[in-house]
Write a protein that binds this ligand. Structure first.
Ligand SMILES: *Cc1c(COP(=O)(O)O)cnc(C)c1O
Length: 408
């Protein structure tokens, strides 16, 4: 789209609805809750049509710029964003009593190999628009890599704190991409405290999940993209691996915005917040009928991206799940590994552990009847499976000895 159009009206506290001015630097609201960006959809609908988007030649999610906060094209920081593919599962569905379609949205193809690129591209572009020059983040790996990449591209300084058991390849990636990188003997929330407490002393801007208003706008594009790819008819159920929940909240925001524009056919999907048994604060709170989720003690799972013991957007995740008539579910690390191996070996797609958690949760939900066999499903694989430790290969051939071809 060649038109340069921006429809942001203001920002709003997600808990109280209190309004905040646009074009100002914002973190959380006065109540300590996430701020959401609001747009004038009436005006937008009069200027832009659905068909124009389909014809857009903007790269990846920038095709939805009119629904995003970045004002000028020169403020966009871009590293080759792509529209991520939908991959249809078949062989893994054979032994399930399931007749509908299951698609995996494979986000591992984005810059830095995870969907964190969507959120951080937006946050860094907005940081440029607002003249910030030093960004800091706590991360379980993928967000740090995305911040490092986009900040470096934008010519900004970035400082990254990760738990010292973050997958090694992620930590190395972050440092190579130009961030000042530190490992911390604590979990992501404890890394977050270091960022928070350093704000005044260092002058850095905190880009933690949902503690600034724009990562969610970037993650929203998953929902916009999914809608367009499915010809504006959304699936019945979406399984999302939920850590801080930006993606789930962002997609729910996207769907409601598309509804307001009158662009969707049919109803909205049921949103399913998938968590790991070793770190399931949202699942626990949702099961108990609560809206806020207290800190989960001793969080532990191989699915690093969803090892988030406390989430500032807890009530937004739970509201989206409930409003959509969805549910939350948790799966064990054993189920996650089994799911990863089953999908990679039967379908040819190497999921990340978080993505594998959605497949495990889908299977469990079919088997318990929580979803019916004719509901269409989308699972999110949020990062490349290559960013995580994989089992060693032990088969070995000694070339100096006769080869036993009966082995093969
Ligand atoms: C960050 C991350 C998640 C969780 O995303 P949220 O939207 O913050 O809940 C899931 N999977 C992977 C691979 C991640 O990096």
């Amino acid at each position: 789209m060649s038109k340069e159009t921006n429809f942001v009206t203001h920002l709003e506290c997600s808990l109280t609805g209190t309004k905040y001015e646009k074009n100002k630097i914002h973190g959380l609201s006065e109540e300590g809750k996430p701020l959401l960006v609001r747009y004038n959809f009436k005006k937008m609908g009069g200027v832009i049509s659905r068909d124009e988007i389909t014809e857009s030649d903007e790269p990846g999610f920038w095709r939805y710029s009119f629904m995003l906060p970045v004002e000028k094209k020169e403020n966009r920081i871009s590293l080759g964003e792509v529209v991520t593919p939908l991959i249809k599962l078949d062989k893994t569905l054979k032994n399930l009593s399931f007749n509908s379609t299951v698609l995996i949205k494979d986000e591992g193809l984005l810059p830095t190999s995870s969907f964190k690129a969507r959120g951080l591209a937006m946050a860094v572009s907005m940081a440029k628009q607002l003249n910030l020059n030093h960004l800091a983040i706590p991360t379980n790996g993928n967000a740090g890599a995305a911040l490092a990449a986009y900040a470096t591209k934008a010519g900004m300084k970035s400082t990254v704190f990760c738990p010292d058991d973050t997958p090694d390849i992620n930590v190395r990636e972050i440092e190579r991409l130009g961030a000042d990188t530190y490992m911390v003997n604590g979990l992501i929330n404890e890394c977050g405290k270091i960022v928070l407490n350093g704000k005044e002393k260092t002058g850095w801007f905190d880009v933690s999940t949902l503690k600034e208003p724009y990562r969610i706008e970037g993650k929203k594009t998953m929902g916009l993209e999914l809608a367009e790819q499915l010809n504006w008819k959304l699936p019945d159920v979406i399984f999302y691996p939920t850590g801080g929940g930006t993606g789930l909240i962002g997609m729910w925001k996207a769907f409601n915005e598309l509804l307001e524009l009158g662009w969707l056919k049919g109803k909205l999907p049921r949103m399913v917040a998938v968590q790991a048994e070793g770190c399931a604060p949202i699942y626990k709170a949702w099961s108990e009928g609560k809206e806020f989720a207290p800190l989960w003690e001793n969080a532990n799972t191989i699915a690093a991206g969803i090892r988030v013991p406390i989430a500032v957007g807890d009530f937004l995740i739970i509201r989206a799940v409930n409003e959509s008539k969805g549910f939350s579910i948790s799966v064990s690390d054993e189920e996650i590994i089994k799911a990863r191996d089953e999908v990679s070996q039967k379908e040819g797609t190497l999921l990340c552990p978080e993505g594998a958690a959605t497949f495990a949760a889908f299977k469990k939900s079919v088997n318990t009847g929580t979803i019916s066999k004719d509901e269409s499903v989308v699972l999110f694989n949020c990062a490349s499976g290559l960013k995580y430790p994989l089992p060693e290969v032990s088969n070995f051939i000694d070339k100096s000895k006769p080869i036993d071809y009966t082995l093969f």
